[in-house]
Write a protein that binds this ligand. Structure first.
Ligand code: GDP
Ligand code: MG
Length: 794
């Protein structure tokens, strides 16, 4: 029987290059990272090679196939239950001996297996000489292929060696001898396990070993069978007997035998007399993981990253901002007034646009994380932080999910699967959202740009991130002592060698994240923007406190009258056009004013540039005056009156749209919650933004975009920064308090959903929501009220 699809499973130690090879084989773009625990779920890809269809599965990295951690179980279950046609065991050849430990366990699963000696370049460089034939011989004649994932070498050979081996399905000759006592026990158990083999096709020898190892997972599946009681009593007796005879736990005995076996195979196949013992990585580690310098270097690097993200990201962000401004003006000019225009301009372009502006900063942040990961520094950071972490009741490995939390809490929570202990996992998941995720960055950026000097912007941003880190540690400590008392597991993690990150891997990483962000902008954020637009513009039939239409009409009438009295009648004309010279002069002055307004848009009124430009304007006007005499004063009068009436009208319109917003559905709701957030310095509008932001943190910005562009009747104020600065309620202290609140309060929907999935109950997401919102309130209260006491803000 020939199947038309061949399933190939990629297995190997963390960081051995599985995902790199997976991407090479399938042309896919999975995240490759130079630290353990990046691939937590299995991923599938497809490839057609020489007329055959391959389904390739990238499995999480593991060091072993016991039931110790979730990754080990995921990997083992896939091989045992799904029975892939071929297993490719990918080894980090520069660490051959340790990697072979997993290979041996894979071979015991009795699926057709190929060995890929990956990172062969690194092994060669360090002088490792491997005899492939001897290695294959030691492992029962397994096919071996040398590969280099980064340079895409050996991939064809790998695929090429698949069909023959899986067609033949020849039984592996591999057999590890565990010594007479254990072998006897295996032989007594095996016959009892044949019914299970017939049903599930689990290798009997492997099952027997697992029962002797007291593997809880396997015991559970054996319990489903009718003669389970008998099997279990026999295996328990055998275990006690072995422990009695050999004086040690069977699990340890079996592991010991495996290590010995691997050691022999390694000695046989490798000439390691020439291996360089002190590598460059070791030398670098002497400095970077130094007890004294390690932490300061780490914090300095983090500080650098945040400053870079802010300064470099600003320029392209401004371009995008400007383009959206132009685009919405264009939309305004082609669509007639009405709900559609308002929906498009204020709702969609205002909302989604305000989020897209942050793409450059987010790309930069991910670039920085990608570089830190791919160089191998991230794993060192976890190592350095372990000492600090354990003081707060966290495991050193928790540090990786926490760092991933800077990107996205939802993914970070999946990253907690590297932790063996469920209690460590839950604590880590509860505190991960306190790490400032990339979705919160837009909120900070816009507030910082509006209220803080460019010189301290990086520091302000850093302080928020730092606050998140500190709070997560403190909360972890508290959770550890309230929820789960007891020790966390010791830190065991391998430090990968330092590598120069490849552009490809960094690019893949950035692309993956930015598409995720764009997708969010196109879905959740778009939907939330439309909803918020609706809630902020309706109902339309509200009762105004003033007759705004009459006020506008009045302003227009006053203007006409003033113009006629002070300009027209003096010159004895009825319309401006009747005096051509006057009309031209007015036009010239107006153009000059417009130009002045345009160039000074971004300037402070007492800045030297502004003063200089203003002087230039006065100079020009003087020239016009000398050239035109009395006529100039009439023209200037006319321009002044026109400017005044426009300012007055826009003030009235502003007040009107402010009232519309206040009486809208969202406004009514905001007013209801205002008393609860007023002590934090927030008004009802910020309240609306925060509530809507519970869906996804970027929505805080898009909602503010909608609110402030609607509330600000001025048609030119599409720049949110300006709108915020003009708002009398906002000041640096409120802005900082808002950042603090956004940092801490309830995780987004996506993160809560992942948490439910990972913990299997709504209990933890519910706790997470409640505690973080409460904590946010308390900390923000302290910041805001404390700031006010110190005389800040206002
Ligand atoms: P995984 O954890 O097994 O999926 O490993 P990854 O595919 O994420 O790779 C870990 C790191 O090793 C990345 O930085 C890769 O660029 C790097 N890498 C993968 N294959 C090779 C190789 O053959 N040679 C070298 N020098 N580096 C490699
Ligand atoms: Mg991987």
């Amino acid at each position: 029987m020939k199947k038309n699809k061949v399933t190939v499973a990629l297995v190997g130690n963390p960081n051995s290059g599985k995902t790199t090879i997976f991407n090479n084989l399938t042309g896919s773009r999975q995240h490759v990272g130079n630290y353990p625990g990046v691939t937590v779920e299995k991923k599938e890809g497809y490839r057609n090679f020489e007329g055959k269809d391959f389904v390739i599965v990238d499995l999480p990295g593991t060091y072993s196939l016991t039931a110790y951690s979730l990754e080990e179980v995921v990997t083992r279950n896939f091989i045992v239950n799904d029975k892939p046609d071929m297993v490719i065991d990918i080894l980090d050849t520069s660490n051959l001996e340790r990697n072979l430990y997993l290979s041996v366990q894979l071979l015991e699963l009795e699926r057709p297996t190929i060995l890929a000696l990956n990172m062969i370049d690194v092994a060669d460089k360090s002088g490792l000489k491997i005899d492939d034939a001897k290695l294959a011989e030691g492992l029962g004649g397994i096919p071996i292929v040398r590969t280099n994932g980064v340079h895409n070498k050996g991939m064809e050979a790998l695929l090429g060696s698949i069909p023959q081996s899986s067609d033949k399905q020849e039984k592996s000759k591999f057999r590890l001898n565990y010594g007479t006592d254990i072998e006897d026990a295996i032989q007594r158990l095996e016959p009892l396990l044949i019914p299970i083999y017939q049903k599930l096709q689990f290798p009997t020898r492997w099952l027997a070993l697992k029962l002797l190892e007291n593997d809880s997972n396997i015991i559970d599946s054996v319990k489903e069978f009718t003669n389970a009681d008998h099997i279990m009593s026999v295996s328990n007796d055998l275990r006690t007997e072995l422990i009695h005879e050999l004086g040690e736990d069977v699990e340890i005995l079996i592991a010991g035998q495996r290590y010995q076996f691997v050691g022999k195979v390694y000695q046989h196949a490798v000439d390691n007399k020439t291996v360089n013992t002190v590598t460059i990585s070791d030398k670098i580690d002497k400095i970077l993981t130094n007890r004294m310098f390690g932490l300061p270097i780490f914090f300095a690097l983090m500080w650098l990253v945040f400053n870079l993200v802010f300064t470099l990201g600003k320029v392209p962000s401004d371009w995008i901002d400007t383009s959206f401004g132009i685009f919405s003006k264009y939309l305004e000019s082609i669509i007639s007034d009405g709900p559609l225009k308002s929906l498009l301009v204020d709702g969609i372009v205002g909302g989604v646009g305000s989020v897209l502006v942050f793409i450059p900063s987010i790309l930069l942040l991910f670039l920085a994380i990608a570089v830190l990961e791919d160089t191998g520094y991230m794993a060192r950071a976890a190592f350095i932080m372990d000492r600090v972490m354990s003081r707060f009741g966290l495991h050193g490995k928790s540090f990786i999910p926490l760092l991933l939390g800077f990107g996205c809490s939802a993914t970070a929570m999946m990253g907690t699967r590297t932790l063996e202990n469920p209690r460590d996992r839950i604590i880590t998941m509860l505190v991960t959202p306190l790490m400032s995720c990339s979705a919160k960055l837009p909120v900070y950026t816009i507030l910082i740009a509006a209220f803080f000097d460019e010189k301290i912007a990086g520091n302000v941003l850093f302080s928020i991130y730092f606050l998140g880190i500190v709070l997560s540690l403190v909360m972890a400590r508290i959770f550890r002592s309230i929820l789960f008392e007891g020790q966390s597991e010791p830190f065991v993690m391998e430090l990968p060698p330092y590598r120069i990150p490849t552009t490809k891997s960094v690019m893949i990483h950035m692309w993956e994240r930015s598409t995720l962000y764009l997708k969010k902008a196109g879905t959740i954020i778009l939907a939330a923007s439309i909803l918020m637009w609706f809630l902020t513009t309706y109902p339309k039939d509200i009762e105004y406190s003033k007759d705004y239409d009459a006020l506008l009409a009045q302003a227009g009438e006053n203007y006409t009258q003033q113009v006629s009295e002070e300009v027209l009648s003096k010159l004895e004309i009825e319309k401006i056009d009747q005096n051509v010279k006057l009309a031209v002069l007015i036009d010239t002055i107006q153009k000059e004013e417009e130009k002045f307004a345009e160039v000074t848009k971004e300037l402070d009124e007492d800045s030297p540039e502004y003063v200089k430009l203003e002087e230039g304007k006065t100079e020009k006007n003087k020239e016009l005056e000398t050239a035109n005499g009395e006529l100039y004063s009439y023209a200037a009068k006319y321009v002044g009156l026109t400017q005044n009436v426009e300012a007055e009208k826009s003030k009235i319109k502003n007040e009107m749209s402010g009232e519309e917003l206040e009486k809208s559905y969202a406004g009514q709701f905001g007013k209801v919650i205002e008393p609860a957030i007023a002590p934090l310095g927030f008004d009802w509008r910020i309240g609306i933004a925060l509530v809507s932001g519970a869906s996804a943190k970027e929505v805080v910005v898009s909602t503010m975009g909608t609110i402030y562009s609607i509330g600000d009747g001025n048609e030119n104020a599409h720049s949110m920064t300006k709108a915020l600065q003009n708002d009398e309620h906002m000041n640096p202290l409120v802005a900082y308090a808002l950042m603090v609140f956004v940092l801490i309060y309830s995780p987004c929907l996506a993160a809560l959903t992942v948490m439910k999935r990972e913990t299997g109950s709504w209990k933890w997401p519910a706790l997470s929501m409640v505690y973080s919102t409460t904590l946010a309130w308390i900390v923000t209260f302290i910041v805001y009220q404390g700031g006010k006491l110190l005389g800040l803000g206002g």
